[in-house]
Design a protein around this ligand. Structure first.
Ligand code: NAD
Length: 306
């Protein structure tokens, strides 16, 4: 695979300015430039999202871990290699998740809300709690899941997890297989969702899974919105069948103004921002550089998904 001209698609602007990616890729052998939908002058692109014009290129690198909105079959049929950025978000999403759990436990969001009203107020005496000794179940133990589990364990939580192969995982006490999901979440104070969106994970956290959780439990979703049945979640929150939620991803993004999630107590809404980080272009460039080397040498691209 001969990649002489590499385009940075303007869609990466969703994460940081395209020029930041170009700057990080100054040292590669290929000529690097920012491109729009017209990719006729490049062999490969680094992109946030899919565009039909990409199908037919030699290689497309997605700067996200999730590639559920890419037509993978079309890439395969056209012989266009598609790679993703799995592996770079463990620390960023791990820390965001820990922060969200800490806010819910220590009531930090309430204090900030009160500050915007210039109000000096304290919560009910028995509302704040510590994460220490609380149970956390992480659903999906890949890069994100392990990043979350490591940080939960570090702060003294008891961490369990769900993964497809029931292999021992560092920082995780009990590993359940997906068929035991309800058992895995039943005792948890926090359930963090970190699976990719696939045919088998769409709607994984449905009304039954939510009903299996404790009434005082919190759901954290940093994966993809459609992994959780949003209507069922709203019902569980409105009927106090769940204590709260921290949601970075939604069935529809941006979250519509009419969504009840905006106004529910103890629901933290973040704008699909969990992995944002000033090192993002540096981390992506490292993957791209590795794959440019593989493209020139053996064609064995890492993180290849099509
Ligand atoms: P990854 O490939 O490293 O890990 C995914 C893990 O989920 C794998 O270990 C896989 O075996 C496991 N898995 C798949 N189906 C499962 C199931 N049914 N039950 C249990 N485990 C299952 O990917 P990652 O980097 O950890 O990212 C995971 C997903 O999180 C991405 O696909 C993406 O959709 C999402 N994500 C969101 C953000 C964000 O902005 N909030 C950032 C990064 C990733």
């Amino acid at each position: 695979m001969d990649i002489a001209r590499l385009g940075v698609h303007e869609s990466v602007g969703a994460v940081c300015p395209p020029a930041a990616f170009v700057e990080q890729l100054q040292d590669v052998d290929a000529a690097v430039s920012v491109v729009d939908e017209d990719v006729s002058a490049v062999d490969a692109v680094v992109t946030f999202g899919h565009a039909d014009a990409f199908v037919g290129l030699d290689w497309v690198h997605c700067i996200r871990a999730g590639y559920d909105d890419f037509p993978v079959e079309a890439y395969r049929d056209a012989g266009t290699a598609l790679t993703n950025s799995t592996g770079i978000h463990g620390a960023s999403v791990g820390e965001t998740t820990l922060g969200l759990m800490l806010s819910l436990a220590r009531r930090l969001h309430e204090y900030r809300d009160a500050q915007t009203e210039r109000t000096w107020t304290t919560p009910a005496w028995d509302a704040p709690f510590t994460l220490r000794d609380e149970r956390l179940t992480v659903v999906g133990l890949g890069t994100l899941g392990r990043g979350i589990a490591t940080r939960g364990d570090a702060i003294g939580m008891h961490v369990d997890g769900v993964r497809r192969t029931p292999a021992r995982t560092p920082h995780v006490r009990t590993v359940y297989t997906p068929d035991r999901l309800h058992e895995a979440v039943a005792d948890a104070r926090f359930v963090a969702v970190a699976v990719p969106l696939t045919a088998s994970t769409r709607g994984l956290i449905d009304a039954d899974a939510l009903a299996a959780m404790r009434d005082d439990a919190y759901l954290v979703n940093v994966a993809r919105g459609a992994v959780v049945e949003e209507d069922a979640l709203v019902t569980a929150l409105e009927t106090d069948a769940l204590a709260g939620a921290a949601l970075d991803v939604f069935e529809t993004e941006p979250l519509p103004e009419s969504s009840p999630l905006w106004d529910l107590d103890d629901v933290l809404v973040t704008p699909h921002a969990a992995p944002l980080d000033r090192e993002y272009p540096t981390d992506v460039a490292r993957l791209v550089r590795t794959n440019l080397r593989h493209a020139a040498a053996d064609g064995a691209l890492v993180n290849r998904v099509a």
